[in-house]
Design a protein around this ligand. Structure first.
Ligand code: M6R
Length: 620
């Protein structure tokens, strides 16, 4: 959470910083701020609220008041201190000598504050103390430069942070430090950059370096110097970004979320691309997951799988459990990543951990995966963002190739994660000899039909919009499903609540009678996942039970179940029959994404930036 950007070497850094903050705003939008320096003074403008408040304030500045070739900026997701002007970043030391922007949490900030004695702090944040400490170190007898002072400070910090600092006395220099929160650095055409995410830099360069934990960098117009905490040269992770600026734009859609919903056929196509082929030496085609990097013999020994993830990614993992247990015959537990390391999970070298994350930067998931690795479990990450922390730290990675996902509400990341889970399930079955090659080939070729089926589902948008108009003001929506419908019910409820702020919950349809059905009253809306398949008859009974108690029912069916559903539900959406029952969730989530999107826009909500949320959750 929180977005950071720094630029040095541009004629006017502020324009570039504001443009970068626009691309980082998904990381938090409680306040935004910018600081520039010209060697005489640091000048700060910061405002509570969305970025437009900052740009308004910048427009009111006297001509050229902030113009400088070096500056840093921040967009905030509040942790310590209310989202107001005072707590907005950047923060400075009392003399205004050093300014800092920060993403993460300095856990020992109280103790560090006390160590400074009787000093007045201007904000309630944990971050401000870093500026005070750096300024103190700059005053030490050996007159350290900014890089050295920052090195001395980070040696005392506890918690997760990416920090970006400028000093009044070093006008062309930005110093950054990274520990458990992402930070990218780059240099192109005489300009040095840093940012929380490549999205902020893509307009300038696609060749970037991700700093690794414990690394500190000095960025100047001449280049980027990376060192460790002792000052020894260090090597970051260099990579090339495969997507371009256009992919990160709205391309005529009203919201990123809508654009990303409609990108799903392409995203799924890309995730499935080139997975089934002979190896370099020829031979029969096999399912190949090239970046997995874990020896097939080790995978064949696995006797237990943990899938760890948060939010939407967790729901994808629930489909993964069904696929792995069905095809590979290995028991799978799916667990909320933030809980995993605070109990005593039984994991060892024969336990495979699959960590799912769109961003690859979710700190709960990273910490859980690292806890499992400490116990010698191999970890595979299923990640969208190339070069992200989870992708780098895992033993193997499977990229989802969804392209940049900007909207806070995850859509195309989810459907491609499910496809990734299906591939992992088939792959584990393959290495364990649980399937004939022809069987794997047949399923893989059927999965290739998903993109066309998704296009067909997207064609239901007008019908879904009409339903959304009808239910825009419904107080309570319950989503129910069984088997692969359950994760989709949960995802549908999450989508509706996160962008429309309507109360929504999901239950296994069979659990209704054990309590939740008491919530149903005339006027309640129940959305039931009811594809054709082995649990269809049970779903029909559960639909009848809620209808008998006055609920309106919207059933999400498939070609083979729709006719029968019409006798039981108020509305039926007939989706194409999926090419495999386990691929059904990839299709059935789409009407729920569209329904939530349409309800939220009809209610006038800010779909791409829902309240209290941020896209990438880098705090525990
Ligand atoms: O980047 P991740 O997939 O690790 O993010 C996990 C969750 O924060 C995320 O899926 C969240 O639930 C979605 N924004 C919901 O739409």
């Amino acid at each position: 959470m929180c977005g950071i950007i720094g630029i040095t070497g541009r004629v006017d850094a502020v324009d570039g910083i504001v443009a970068g903050l626009k691309r980082l705003e998904y990381r938090g939008y409680d306040s935004a701020g910018v600081v520039t320096g010209d060697g005489r003074a640091l000048r700060i403008v910061k405002r509570a609220g969305k970025l437009e408040n900052l740009t308004g304030a910048l427009a009111e500045q006297a001509d050229g008041a902030l113009s400088a070739s070096t500056g840093i900026g921040h967009t905030r997701w509040a942790t310590h201190g209310a989202p107001n002007d005072r707590n907005a970043h950047p923060h400075t030391d009392p003399d205004g000598r050093v300014a800092v922007v920060h993403n993460g949490i300095v856990e020992n900030y109280q103790q560090l504050k006390s160590s400074l004695g009787d000093v007045r702090f201007a904000s309630e944040t944990d971050s401000e103390v870093v500026a005070h400490l750096v300024a103190r170190h700059l005053d030490e007898a050996d007159a350290p430069d900014l890089l050295t002072a920052v090195r001395r400070v980070v040696a005392d910090l506890k918690g997760a942070y990416s920090l970006c600092l400028v000093s009044r006395d070093e006008p062309d220099t930005i110093v950054v430090a990274k520990h458990e929160a992402p930070l990218i650095v780059a240099h192109a055409d005489g300009v040095g950059y840093c940012a929380s995410d490549v999205a902020a830099l893509i307009a300038h360069t696609r060749d970037v370096s991700a700093l690794l934990d414990g690394q500190i960098a000095r960025i100047t117009p001449d280049g980027v110097e990376v060192v460790d905490v002792d000052g020894a040269p260090a090597k970051p992770h260099d990579y090339h970004v495969s997507w371009d600026l256009e992919a990160a734009e709205k391309q005529g859609y009203e919201h990123f979320m809508l654009k990303e919903i409609f990108e799903q056929p392409q995203a799924v196509h890309d995730t499935l691309l080139d997975r089934h082929r002979p190896d370099a030496g020829g031979g029969s085609p096999r399912l190949r997951l090239d970046e997995l990097r874990i020896d097939e013999r080790d995978l064949a020994r696995i006797d237990k799988v943990f899938i760890l993830a948060c939010g939407t990614s967790l729901h994808a993992g629930m489909v993964g459990k069904l696929a792995i247990e069905h095809w590979a015959g290995i028991p799978v537990d799916v667990e909320v990543a933030s809980e995993f390391r605070y109990r005593d999970p039984i994991v060892d070298k024969n336990t495979l951990v699959i960590a799912i994350s769109q961003s690859g930067e979710t700190v709960d998931t990273i910490a859980a995966a690292s806890h499992a690795r400490d116990q010698r479990s191999p970890v595979v990450s299923l990640v969208n963002v190339v070069g992200s922390t989870l992708a780098r730290e895992a033993d193997g990675v499977l990229y989802t190739h969804a392209g940049p996902e900007v909207a806070v509400a995850s859509t195309k990341a989810f459907t491609t994660q499910i496809v990734g889970c299906l591939l992992l399930g088939l792959y584990l079955a393959q290495v364990r000899g649980r399937m004939y090659a022809t069987e794997t080939a047949d399923i893989l070729s059927r999965l290739q039909q998903i993109p066309d089926a998704l296009e067909e589902v997207l064609g239901l948008d007008a019908e879904i919009t009409a339903l959304a108009e009808r239910y825009t003001d419904v107080d309570y929506t319950m989503f129910i499903g069984r088997h692969s419908g359950l994760p989709i019910a949960m995802e549908g409820a999450l989508k509706l609540k996160e962008i429309s702020y309507l109360h929504a919950e999901a239950f296994p349809a069979g659990e209704m009678k054990h309590g939740p059905i008491a919530l149903i009253e005339p006027g309640s809306l129940v959305i039931a996942l009811a594809p054709a398949g082995h649990v269809f008859a049970k779903m029909v009974s559960n639909i009848q039970e809620v209808r008998a108690r006055g609920a309106s029912v919207l059933a999400i069916g498939t070609a083979d179940s729709a006719a029968e559903l019409k006798d039981h539900a108020d509305h039926v959406l007939a989706l194409p029959e999926p090419p495999h029952e386990l691929a059904g969730p990839v299709l059935s989530v789409v009407p729920l994404q569209l329904f939530s999107y349409r309800v939220a826009t009809l209610r006038g909500e800010d779909v791409d930036q829902p309240r209290n949320l941020a896209k990438t959750v880098t705090v525990e």
